[in-house]
Design a protein around this ligand. Structure first.
Ligand code: CAA
Length: 286
């Protein structure tokens, strides 16, 4: 049964690509968003990015100028969080376990006991994050896809202790955002990245072994398999550092050599070639 979740007050942690996208889709449906990041400049950049995307929607006639203004009034910068009266927190911070554990401890202390704490993590264990709090039954994964305003999927990950009520609430919220929620259990990479990242890693191996050029590999997958982006362009879009982090989670989590990250991927990350966000990856963005 799908219930109306009503308007929620949601703390979104992380104003980067994913956090800002999540804030935008929540605000567009009338939820009240508190947007947090490590400093005010980052929050401002996140909100400016949302405003620009909404401007484009106004230009295309998908949104009126009034609706644009209304959406932005639902997003409130919140550089610090202490004793917050919220229904839900969605953490979309950098993909590092130590950082997320610290955030989850902080959230547990500074939010009402009944608030749900969700993570947008692409591969870190929800069970581990839940164990850092006093209420693992209220901890869950809410994995949005990039770009959040466009992609329909929300992968909902249940930690071993996540309750049915928490799951139902988050599923209903996702439906209310016009997304399609899919229930997944808490194993490395969940489903999305367990399937996607080995494909990307294999494309990097093919490049490393000189089987074909970057453009050739991407063309095969775009025209041959109807993927909207080739795997190497997609890797640049996701971020090569994130791709490597996810491969390491799969490799460590399953202990199977089939998940061994390609040495070329490691080398690109060591060089600071993270893809689109750093200006260089498999393609040049300068
Ligand atoms: N934010 C908001 N909207 C965006 C956007 C962004 N960053 N990028 C594109 N769009 C919108 C455009 O405005 C356009 O909207 P309209 O149809 O209303 O005009 C629409 O998306 C299509 O965009 P374009 O015509 O510019 O380009 P396109 O047709 O090539 O689509 C794309 C762009 C949607 C990104 C498409 O290439 C695509 O689907 N790529 C694959 C994306 C993907 O696989 N995402 C998952 C990554 S994995 C992940 O996120 C999880 C993880 O854990 C790693």
């Amino acid at each position: 049964m799908v219930r109306e979740v009503g308007f929620m007050r949601v703390l979104v942690i992380g104003a980067g690509q994913m956090g800002a996208g999540i804030a935008q889709v929540l605000a567009a449906k009338g939820h009240e968003v508190l947007l947090n990041d490590v400093d005010e400049a980052r929050i401002r950049r996140g909100i400016d990015g949302i405003a620009k995307r909404l401007d484009r929607d106004v230009e295309k006639g998908k949104l009126s100028a009034e609706q644009r203004g209304e959406i932005l009034t639902h997003i409130d910068p919140r550089p610090h969080f202490r004793d917050l009266d919220i229904h839900l927190a969605i953490e979309a911070a950098t993909e590092r376990l130590d950082l997320k554990l610290e955030l989850f401890r902080d959230l547990d202390r500074n939010t009402p006991p009944e608030a749900i704490i969700a993570s947008n993590t692409s591969s870190i264990s929800i069970t581990t994050l839940g164990a850092a709090t006093a209420k693992p039954d209220r901890v869950i994964g809410m994995h949005f896809m990039n770009p959040v305003p466009v992609m329909k999927l929300v992968e909902i990950i249940r930690g071993i202790a996540t309750s049915d009520a928490t799951y139902a609430h988050v599923r209903d919220l996702a439906l209310g955002l016009d997304k399609t929620p899919v229930e997944v259990r808490d194993f490395p990479g969940f489903i999305s990245n367990r399937v996607l990242l080995p494909m990307i890693n294999e494309a990097v191996y093919a490049l490393y072994e000189g089987v074909a050029s970057v453009e050739a590999i991407d063309t095969v997958m775009k025209l041959g398999m109807n993927h909207p982006m080739g795997p190497l362009a997609l890797a640049d879009f996701i971020g090569l550092d994130t791709c490597l982090a996810i491969m390491n989670v799969l490799y460590d989590g399953f202990g199977d050599s089939k998940y061994r990250p390609c040495p070329l991927l490691k080398q690109f990350v060591a060089a600071g070639w993270y893809g689109k966000k750093s200006g260089r990856g498999f393609y040049d963005y300068t």
